[in-house]
Design a protein around this ligand. Sequence first.
Ligand SMILES: *Cc1c(COP(=O)(O)O)cnc(C)c1O
Length: 401
Amino acid sequence: MSEASIFRDLGVEPIINASGPVTRLGGSLMPSDVLDAFLRAAGESVPMEALQGAASRILADATGAEAGLVTAGAAAGLTLGTAAILAQWDRGRMESLPRTDHFPNEFVVSRAHRNGYDHAVRAAGATLVDVGLDELGSGAGVRQTEAWEYEAAFGPKTAGVLYVVTEGVQPTLEEVAHVAHSRDLPVLVDAAAVLPPRRHLRDLIKQGADLVSFSGGKAIRGPQSTGILCGRKDLVGSAFVQMLDMDEHAQLWDPPAHLVDRALLSGPPRHGIGRSLKVSKEEIVALLTALRLFTTGAYDEEVAGYRTRLRRIHESLKGLSVSSRLVEPTDAERYPRLEIEIDHDRAGRDAFEICRALRSGFPPVYPGHWKLRSGILVIQLSCVREKDDSALIRRLEEVLR
Ligand SMILES: *Cc1c(COP(=O)(O)O)cnc(C)c1O
């Protein structure tokens, strides 16, 4: 790792990121085809409305939705999706966001789905109305939020439903979409954390989501600051006009007809709440290239390689005072991981101290930190170049010995 580094030139030491494509560590490593697309796009100019119009067709094809938009990340997609649901085609409402006190502005959400990213929903002007109980989570029972509890919270101020997908989440999206649609309310889905597998790109629309927000800079391996918002054409169209630059004469404004129905929107709104969430032409083209790689299985071989590489790391830890175990999902697309369990008494240090030591040596190693409180370091290889495996093993041996 003492090869040349553009970050070291700036006085910042590059790291071995064994956490996966997390935003805090710069996200995924873009494949060379994605970087080529980025460079080629940088050399030409293009009207952004036409480019997003073309992207919409490709995203619709990839997700089974009516339309799509390249966003500045899944969180940006949540803000835009919320703005679309709140304002629809009303230019007055678009202009007033995030002030929403004079029209329906409530999003009903299960308490168990609340998380730090819902700030992106509130940022558009929505008020979150929490429902349900997670008695499984609190250890007090077996029940979680149920669909009727959403229904019971619907009222004249309700604008939509926010739903966050995770593995085995309750109630199911189908159940929630069913109660929401019976009251003509749209469901906005945060799906940032459910790829791979790639079938999830299509599943959520099939299950009744009106808008779905994906991350482009995680498993898809597009630019870190990209995402995908897909779903109903009228809602994606509203998000589109609230995101793109609107500095155009009404007489000349010519947005793609498949996204903007000029019978519903007579002229351009002002710059919308999403104007600060812009994406560049290079990012759009790079994301579409990455999406093609992701959907055609171009990453599968590399994911299979993670298993072999992790087994090698696992073997190398055998002589040390830690126990480690390989977690290999049966689904071939999902990433395997190595969990290293720190026994405080044997190691003389807890997992936090070991994590700190790994981060501060050379090269710095950042293991996954989501199980640290249970004394477990996670090693995941999707952001580790194969040529860095030996340095990773050396650092693990050095710190865990
Ligand atoms: C990562 C993540 C986001 C944010 O995605 P970005 O593309 O970084 O904006 C939102 N929600 C969940 C559940 C996530 O895991």
